[in-house]
Ligand binder design. Structure first.
Ligand SMILES: C=C(O[C@@H]1C=C(C(=O)O)C=C[C@H]1O)C(=O)O
Length: 373
């Protein structure tokens, strides 16, 4: 914009005139951008035909957001600016094709929060009751993508999610990280001193274990399917005068009209959960990617050593290793390995080939852009 570096006026009426004029320019530009996105859709349809077209391009979106952050000069912070562009892209994509996103529900879960962070707000929400239902909803084509939690910095891995990849053809298309804050919540008509049970998801109960041991040692903890479900149950119980508390996050607290007894009760202040985006397609290189593999190891001495040695030998940076029992043979194992790079990068291809010669199965679960936001 030619006048973007004009001197800022210093009286209120002039400042407001100036803001109005900038807003109108921003609005025209956003619509011009939206028209380009619509055109992208037309070109894709003309080139690829109706069925094959993939409108959502995670690698392209990651690149757009990274560039926004790189060129940002402030005063708005990089992340703040990227969030604005996140929503602009979300609106533009919804013009091309609104996406239906399945996630571990009900409404108000941290997984929904992660879905909105990753895709922006212009999506159709499809809350599912369990992780394997999220997989099924995407596999059947009823949803375009799914969002599931995979690991927490306090409690470790989410086994249901890892196990779902064993029998699924879905690919990992992205990752999101969310700082997780938990609160102890009750219905507004309930006196906290009367609470007899505390409901939450098993992961959330675990993330607040020390706090619960200290302040609520004699109250029964009940694991339910999600912390949003716990909040819903606490709200329901409150209506019939039953003193049940829930541990859940901000979104669930607001959604179910609960009151905070104690805020930020997680044992570790840096408590973070990582979520995965699952879909049907492998994602092309974005320039800054991660890869996840599922490996069935041969049940023989040194099996794991030989797998890890391949990474060391070819200088590929492994970031995570999880072990799950294989259901095929007793004492057989499945390893989940994450590393830095894309499966099409040369060094990564060499490692994957080496792994294939040393393991009974190597499945590339996906390569995807490292989380930007
Ligand atoms: C416009 C495109 O399609 C979608 C919309 C994007 C955007 O608004 O910037 C980016 C990637 C795609 O999710 C594209 O492929 O470039």
């Amino acid at each position: 914009m030619s006048n973007s570096k004009q001197a800022v006026p210093d009286t209120l009426p002039l400042l407001r005139d100036r803001i109005d004029s900038i807003d109108s320019q921003i609005q025209s530009l956003i619509n011009e951008r939206a028209r380009c996105a619509q055109k992208v859709a037309e070109v894709k349809l003309a080139e690829q035909g109706d069925e094959a077209v993939v409108f959502y391009r995670p690698e392209r979106e990651a690149q757009v957001l990274r560039r926004v952050m790189e060129r940002n000069e402030g005063p708005l912070g990089n992340e703040e600016m990227a969030k604005v562009f996140r929503q602009i892209m979300s609106s533009c994509l919804a013009l091309e094709k609104p996406m239906r996103i399945a996630f571990l529900g009900p409404e108000g879960t941290f997984t929904q929060q992660a879905a909105l962070k990753h895709f922006g707000k212009s999506i159709i929400s499809a809350p599912m009751a369990a992780i394997d239902e999220v997989f099924r909803e995407v596999e059947s084509g009823a949803a375009n993508y799914g969002v599931v939690p995979v690991e927490n910095s306090t409690e470790g891995v989410v086994n249901h999610t890892l196990d779902s990849f064993r029998d699924s053809r879905l690919k990992i298309c992205g990752e999101v990280e969310e700082r997780i804050h938990h609160h102890l919540l009750v219905s507004p008509n309930i006196n906290a001193d009367d609470v007899t049970h505390i409901y939450s998801h098993q992961q959330s109960l675990a993330q607040c274990r020390a706090w619960l041991d200290r302040y609520w040692p004699h109250v029964e903890r009940v694991a339910v399917s999600s912390n949003a479900e716990a909040a819903r149950l606490a709200a329901d119980a409150g209506r019939s005068g039953k003193a049940i508390a829930a541990i859940a996050g901000e979104v669930a607290c607001e959604l179910y009209g609960l009151t905070k007894v104690s805020a930020n009760i997680e044992d570790r202040p840096d408590n973070t959960t990582r979520f995965l985006i699952v879909g049907h397609e492998y994602v092309p290189q974005s320039g800054k990617d991660k890869t996840s593999l599922l490996i069935s190891a041969k049940n023989e001495p040194g099996a794991l050593y030989h797998l890890l040695e391949a990474f060391e030998r070819h200088g590929v940076d492994m970031t995570r290793l999880e072990t799950r029992p294989s259901l095929m043979s007793r004492w057989g194992y499945i390893f989940y390995i994450d590393f830095v790079g894309h499966y099409q990068d040369e060094a990564c291809q060499v490692v994957i080939e080496a792994l294939r010669s040393r393991a009974s199965e190597v499945k590339v679960l996906g390569s995807y852009p490292v989380a930007v936001l």
